[in-house]
Design a protein around this ligand. Structure first.
Ligand SMILES: *Cc1c(COP(=O)(O)O)cnc(C)c1O
Length: 461
């Protein structure tokens, strides 16, 4: 097909009507929600870009699979389907289903992190829940991504790569016995959905082998990462995404997976691995935390959805549309002169609120103010990734100001069309034109932990 003929590679069989609100209604809704977009009823959101997690539209094939749910306590056929899908797509022998990704993390760290002093888990960049689970086990999460990842406008095809010199240096400095495992997060979510190259995956794997350290992949967006490898890495243009995915996992001892991302499911996850003895060990914790090993935290029908989703997500027409849509939104915003983080990653576009609203100091929460302004303008919901999210320094009690103040516009999979993206661009442009009028915010209620979820604000005068 010619490039210009390539539209969304699906037709729409069922629709969920969107509710249009007036500006006055959104003003009132914002007041009621304390200017915290997490507290809005989702029906009052026109285009919801809060997260790409658990928000995908399932295919007809996945919906049909739900009817084949075998809700047996033990030995459900859907478990066996999930097992063969994981084997086929990722190559791993054993799979332990969990209710979502963080439950797989909990089981893995509980098994591998022994309760002794000074343990480090190394990752390119830990995702929030991964970091929290590492800390919960008394270990220290260490991010070893290359420094370039912290430059918001440095263009690099694989900005998620781990710094292999830092990795080997760290292992030599601290000693192998203090490092129960090394992980790579693909794509690198906390770094903006930036991909990791196969060369880097191979190199990290080789270092882990050399020192005898288990190597796991946080695989939430493995297909998106594989697609970037196909598009950008030398030697992979002629390989299929499925072949690339298989190669990625061939270098790892296992993976944790949130099926709410590249499982194209609304709930679910798993831990997958090759070593039989380790599988026996994780099963013990799996039973305790999640349930019998052939269902974990999932209903049979949900395992079927994930099994089918894992195969669908590797389709290249789908990935071309998926990654293409995120890149499309980014390119249109750049064209309009809107400051965003570059290059655009696989699942979201990040507005740079410091450059967008230079008149707002960080203690007036420019990211939150921008997210609120975008909802007021067009009923579009993004999420602040800035000072509100970062919280306070436990020692000084001061805001723990991050380098970047951002609004993340995460794109759900197969949910919105390019026309919706045009609407987002139009609304962002209109906010940008009136940016001097955007007011800062202050807390009227600040919860002690995870404040971004339940905090309330009011606009400053
Ligand atoms: C979402 C996510 C997780 C956690 O998965 P949940 O299903 O939300 O528990 C872990 N790692 C990364 C990179 C993620 O994006």
């Amino acid at each position: 097909m010619k490039q210009e003929y390539l539209a969304e590679p699906f037709r729409i069989k069922m629709v969920e009507p969107l509710v249009l609100t007036t500006r006055e209604e959104r003003e009132r809704l914002l007041q009621e929600a304390g200017y915290n977009l997490f507290l809005l009823p989702s029906e009052a959101v026109y285009i919801d870009l809060l997260t790409d997690s658990g928000t995908a539209a399932m295919s007809d094939n996945q919906w049909a699979g739900m009817m084949l749910g075998d809700e047996a306590y033990a030995g459900s056929r859907n478990f066996h389907h999930l097992q063969s899908a994981v084997k086929e797509v990722m190559g791993f022998e054993y799979v332990l289903p969990t209710h979502q990704g963080r439950a797989a993390e909990n089981i893995l760290f509980t098994t591998l992190v022994q309760n002794q002093k000074e343990q480090y888990i190394l990752n390119n960049m830990h995702f929030d829940t991964t970091k929290a689970h590492v800390q919960h086990k008394g270990a220290k999460p260490v991010d070893l991504v290359r420094d370039i990842a912290f430059d918001p406008v440095a263009r690099d095809p694989f900005k998620g790569n781990m710094d292999t010199e830092k990795l080997e240096g760290f292992i030599q400095e601290k000693g192998v016995e203090k490092i129960p495992l090394v992980m790579l997060t693909i794509t690198c979510n906390s770094g903006g959905g930036q991909p990791v190259s196969l060369a880097n995956i191979k190199a990290v794997s080789a270092i882990c082998k050399k020192y005898g350290i288990p190597f796991f992949i946080d695989a939430c967006r493995f297909a998106e990462n594989a697609y970037f490898i196909q598009q950008r890495e030398e030697g992979y243009a002629g390989k299929s995404v499925s072949e690339i995915a298989k190669e990625i996992f061939s270098y790892a001892d296992g993976c944790t997976m949130s099926a709410k991302k590249d499982g194209l499911a609304n709930i679910g996850g798993f831990l997958a691995l090759n070593d039989e003895e380790l599988y026996r060990q994780v099963q013990v914790w799996g039973v305790l935390f999640e349930g019998f090993p052939t269902y974990g935290g999932m209903a049979g029908r949900d395992m079927e959805v994930v099994a089918r989703g894992l195969r669908e997500v590797c389709r290249e027409d789908y990935l071309r549309y998926r990654i293409g849509q995120v890149q499309y939104l980014g390119a249109k915003l750049l064209e309009a002169g809107i400051p965003i983080i570059e290059p655009v990653g696989g699942h979201a576009v990040y507005l740079d609120a410091k450059r967008f609203l230079p008149h707002l100091p960080q203690d007036q929460f420019p990211g939150q103010a921008l997210a609120v302004a975008l909802y007021l303008e067009g009923g579009i919901r993004g999420v602040e990734i800035g000072t509100v999210l970062a919280g306070r320094d436990p020692e000084t009690g001061e805001h723990d100001y991050p380098n970047l103040e951002m609004v993340r516009l995460a794109i759900p999979r197969r949910v919105y069309t390019h026309r919706h993206m045009d609407a987002v661009v139009a609304a962002v442009k209109n906010v940008y034109q009136k940016r001097e009028q955007v007011k800062g915010l202050r807390f009227t209620y600040e919860p002690p932990v995870l404040r971004h979820f339940t905090a309330r604000f009011e606009p400053l005068g």
